[in-house]
Design a protein around this ligand. Structure first.
Ligand SMILES: [Zn+2]
Length: 319
């Protein structure tokens, strides 16, 4: 399908407008975690959260490797917890980034929520590392949510949406510096695009995958999933992008993020049916009570957020 230039302009605007959803903090300050923004890396056996819920997040760092190599498709259906159990587990913070680059004069005020200056991004990653966070994969998150599998201490999931080239050129070296692995949600129509905004190409996606990062789906052309309904829609937006990314990486693609973070109840079984194990939203403060794995929460780590703001918002938003 051909798209005219207006489409890309609208898409670009919509990306920013839509991404606004869910980026606000809940404003809650009741978190009682014992760490502070300036805390140094915690010992592997230190329990840092004083949440009243059971300590689902096991703090044995020796679990990191075991969990990281898990095959989530090998988990038998009989071992998968029900929705209420999944929702009751302590939430793992999931952070969403878009472009990682210094601001230009032409960037609008609202666009800057989704464009994080490189120095700020470095501050974010340094804060996470210094505070003892461990970046986990979506497969690890799935195993934890479904079976209560152990996670490393202070887990966090780092996600990047759309496939902007700066994720490869600017974010990747910083991730490497701290040994963080991330997941990248790619809109397949833009792979290799070189225009007003540049996107990663197939070789770069394959390289990320080969280096242990996760390549995941984000529809073909960034459609609002709420507006999809026909079998043709699902084929174009869910099936073909999955196949395309699997062809590029040579690995199964098991995870999905809703463009703009938007979804509707009817879309959850459609996503699940097509082989995705988890799907990530932005818009709601809660997971869907029927199928929480298809509505996992994230927050956008905004371009205006200092590392201290990020730390506070992570603790306020995920509990
Ligand atoms: Zn997006």
């Amino acid at each position: 399908m051909k798209r005219n230039p207006l489409f890309w302009s609208v898409l670009s605007t919509a990306l920013f407008a839509g991404s606004l959803m869910g980026c606000q903090s809940t404003g809650k300050t009741a978190d009682t975690t014992t760490t502070t923004d300036t805390s140094v890396k915690t010992a592997s056996n230190e329990v840092t959260a004083t949440d009243t819920k059971p300590a689902d997040v096991v703090t044995d760092s020796s679990a990191t490797k075991a969990s990281a190599s898990i095959d989530p498709t090998a988990i038998p259906a009989s071992k998968i917890a029900d929705a209420a159990t999944i929702i009751a587990r302590k939430q793992v913070p999931v952070l969403c980034y878009h472009q990682i680059r210094d601001w230009k004069g032409t960037d609008s005020k609202s666009a800057k929520d989704y464009i994080i200056p490189l120095a700020t991004f470095k501050d974010h990653m340094k804060m996470l590392a210094d505070s003892g966070y461990h970046a986990i994969s979506p497969d690890q998150l799935y195993a934890y949510l479904t079976t209560g599998a152990t996670l490393p201490s202070k887990p966090v999931m780092l996600t990047f949406d759309d496939g902007d080239l700066t994720q490869y050129t600017n974010a990747l070296p910083v991730l490497n510096q701290y040994g963080f692995k991330a997941s990248f949600y790619i809109m397949t129509v833009a792979i290799g695009r070189r225009g007003k905004q540049h996107y990663m190409d197939k070789i770069q996606l394959k390289d990320l995958s080969d280096k242990g990062h996760v390549i995941a789906a984000h529809t073909w052309d960034h459609q609002n999933v709420k507006k999809l309904s026909t079998p043709e829609d699902w084929k174009t937006q869910l099936e073909e992008p999955k196949a395309k990314l699997e062809e590029i990486t040579g690995k199964p693609v098991r995870h999905f993020a809703y463009p703009f973070g938007l979804w509707k109840e009817e879309s959850l079984p459609e996503v699940r049916k097509r082989g995705y194990l988890t799907a990530y939203q932005l818009a709601e403060k809660k997971m869907n009570p029927t199928d929480p794995l298809m509505s996992i929460r994230r927050i956008i780590a905004g371009g205006y957020w200092s590392a201290k703001t990020l730390s506070g918002n992570m603790r306020a938003s995920f509990h």
